[in-house]
Design a protein around this ligand. Structure first.
Ligand code: ZN
Length: 269
């Protein structure tokens, strides 16, 4: 079966459409949460997702917040601004749909699905091998798919060497899955790993492969619509994301190249 794995769409319909077009025909779609937040198209994204056949969708921390189950104060300024706007903009039917989504770790075949991590499905970021290591005891399947960090990567538990290894699969090359691993497809609507194209993965559960992919879309057009809605005043946060936590991976990927992001990361330590 060919499964489209997506996460962190963040109300960016243009990016979602680019992914769906680029992925082609799939048997199922698994979405790991954060359908809304940040972007200008909350209703359109929820409706497009709902129209997909064979969709499994998790609840993310932004989705939880817009449902009123979490204080907006825990979010950074731009995330908070967009959540306030989206809470008013979302239709009752779309809010009810979000409310129906699971926030606990879900098991499909030999795979667990969570937004953040298997031990703290809504909130924890798996950003380094130490946190990954602590999470291997929190799920029993061969693989656990997570989103939340917006970084496309794989953490593999090497049982022989007794250590966790971070791997970044090459784009468009089927990566042969090795039990046990924690895998992240990256973010559709707001990647934070130096490649602003929409990030996603095709998982083949017969061949046991994980193919990391990127879909180009008109980022400037989405930035214009975000600004027009009064949701954001920095292109950077649209393109590469506002950093919610100081993170070794994100810092390594982004911080050295971008003084503004480095300042944000240091300021939040
Ligand atoms: Zn997110």
């Amino acid at each position: 079966m060919r499964i489209l794995v997506i996460s962190d769409i963040h109300a960016n319909l243009t990016a979602l459409q680019a992914v769906l077009a680029d992925a082609g025909e799939v048997d199922e779609t698994w979405c790991l949460g954060d359908v809304i937040g940040y972007g200008p198209d909350p209703n359109e994204v929820v409706e497009r997702l709902r129209s997909l056949p064979d969709l499994t969708c998790m609840l993310g921390n932004h989705d939880v917040a817009v449902l009123g189950q979490m204080d907006f104060a825990v979010f950074n300024t731009e995330a908070r601004r967009s959540l306030l706007w989206q809470k008013k903009a979302l239709s009752p039917a779309n809010l009810a749909y979000l409310e129906s989504l699971p926030q606990e770790t879900l098991v499909r075949q030999t795979v667990s699905l969570a937004h953040g991590s298997p031990r703290d499905p809504v909130w924890e970021y798996i950003l380094n091998t130490l946190v990954a290591r602590l999470n291997f005891g929190a799920f029993e399947t061969d693989y656990c798919l997570v989103g939340h960090s917006h970084v496309q990567c794989v953490f593999h538990l090497d049982a022989v060497q007794n250590r966790v290894v971070l791997e970044i699969p090459k784009l468009d090359e089927p990566y042969v899955l090795k039990p046990r691993s924690i895998l992240n497809p990256g973010s559709v609507g707001q990647p934070r790993d130096r490649d602003p194209r929409a990030s996603y993965v095709i998982y083949d559960d017969v061949q046991h492969t994980w193919t990391a992919r990127r879909a180009a879309y008109d980022i400037a057009e989405v930035q214009r619509r975000i600004r027009a809605a009064g949701l954001c005043h920095s292109d950077l946060s649209v393109q590469n994301g506002t950093i919610p936590l100081p993170t070794p991976i994100v810092f390594r990927f982004l911080g050295k190249r971008c003084p503004r992001l480095r300042r944000q990361v240091v300021a939040r330590k």
